[in-house]
Design a protein around this ligand. Structure first.
Ligand SMILES: NC(=O)c1ccc[n+]([C@@H]2O[C@H](COP(=O)([O-])OP(=O)(O)OC[C@H]3O[C@@H](n4cnc5c(N)ncnc54)[C@H](OP(=O)(O)O)[C@@H]3O)[C@@H](O)[C@H]2O)c1
Length: 272
């Protein structure tokens, strides 16, 4: 009776591992680099690469519930190995699966849809943790520069994790696709102001023109595809990104965490 968490060293996966440990659940964390995992001592760490399913045998042994990411590699390419992953999970005796989807579906969701494993899909538009992209400019210059200042119902990574944990340990979530948001909409300028309040210093907010934004992304070495994606997102975010949904509270029984809370928890990262 073990729960295997993939993406366990990442933003959401780390929170899933912590919350499962808090609930006294037996957790195994998957990583491509066990020596760098920095997970709690009580967590069993297993080597495995989701892009190379043959490496996953030991990690899946005795696993009855599985949290899956849908990308493989540091370029976030969608996994092509969905059918193998689902076949291995079924053979191992997995009965519950939660999946953190990206913006586009991958072979993982396709394979799950084609099979009869009970699974729960988690969908989000924007993580609160994306504000960590502002760390360097806040620390070094006391400024945040963004393209587009649209409101977004950003979600705390611990709330995504709380929904995943519910899906992994409780009955009644199989077959659900949960669209997850935070409890309020905030523009980037409002989020920057809240970080400044927590730090006790004013952080300037500068809105970039499209040209300035493209130039800054080129200077940061981003690919053409990534630049195009980010520009479209900044100019025309999806309507869903500014709609607050009650899903987190309905599933977990507690209201979604606020950005003020996220900023307080992460203040140290923004301090010089
Ligand atoms: N950021 C947003 O606003 C947003 C919004 C909607 C959806 N999403 C989705 O959320 C997901 C990102 O989640 P996150 O931010 O929690 O991830 P993250 O912090 O970037 O963490 C990446 C994790 O993936 C693992 N990983 C990468 N390739 C792997 C492979 N081949 N085999 C096994 N593990 C692998 C890494 O493990 P090791 O390095 O330890 O092996 C690490 O734990 C993406 O699917 C993204 O599309 C993000």
């Amino acid at each position: 009776m073990t729960i295997l968490v993939t993406g366990a060293t990442g933003t959401v996966g780390r929170q899933i591992v912590t919350q499962l440990v808090e609930r006294g659940q037996p957790v195994r964390a998957l990583t491509r680099n066990p020596s760098a995992a920095r997970l709690p001592a009580s967590v069993e760490v297993a080597y495995g690469d989701l892009a190379a399913p043959k490496t996953l045998g030991p990690a899946l042994e005795g696993v009855t519930a599985l949290h899956l990411i849908t990308f493989g590699g540091d370029d976030y390419a969608p996994l092509q190995t969905g059918p193998d992953l689902v076949e291995l999970a079924v053979k191992a005796g997995v009965r519950r699966v939660s999946v953190l989807s990206g913006w586009d579906e991958s072979s993982v969701e396709e394979a799950l849809r084609a099979g009869d494993l009970g699974w729960t899909q988690l969908l989000c538009v924007e993580f609160m943790a994306n504000a960590l992209d502002w760390v360097t400019s806040i620390r070094d210059e006391g400024v945040v520069r963004v393209f587009g200042n649209h409101p977004g119902a950003v979600i705390h990574e611990a709330d995504i994790a709380a929904v995943a944990v519910a899906a992994l340990v409780e009955e009644g979530h199989a077959g659900q696709a949960y669209m997850l948001t935070g409890p309020e909409t905030l523009t980037p300028a409002e989020r920057v102001r809240m970080i400044g309040e927590v730090l006790g210093r004013e952080i300037r907010f500068e809105e970039l023109s499209e040209e300035q934004y493209r130039a800054s992304m080129r200077a940061a070495g981003e690919s053409d595809d990534m630049i195009e994606f980010a520009v479209q997102l900044g100019a025309n975010p999806p309507e869903a990104s500014a709609v607050v949904l009650p899903t987190v509270e309905e599933v977990t029984g507690r209201p979604g965490r606020t950005f003020a809370q996220w900023a307080a928890e992460n203040a140290a990262a923004f301090r010089p």
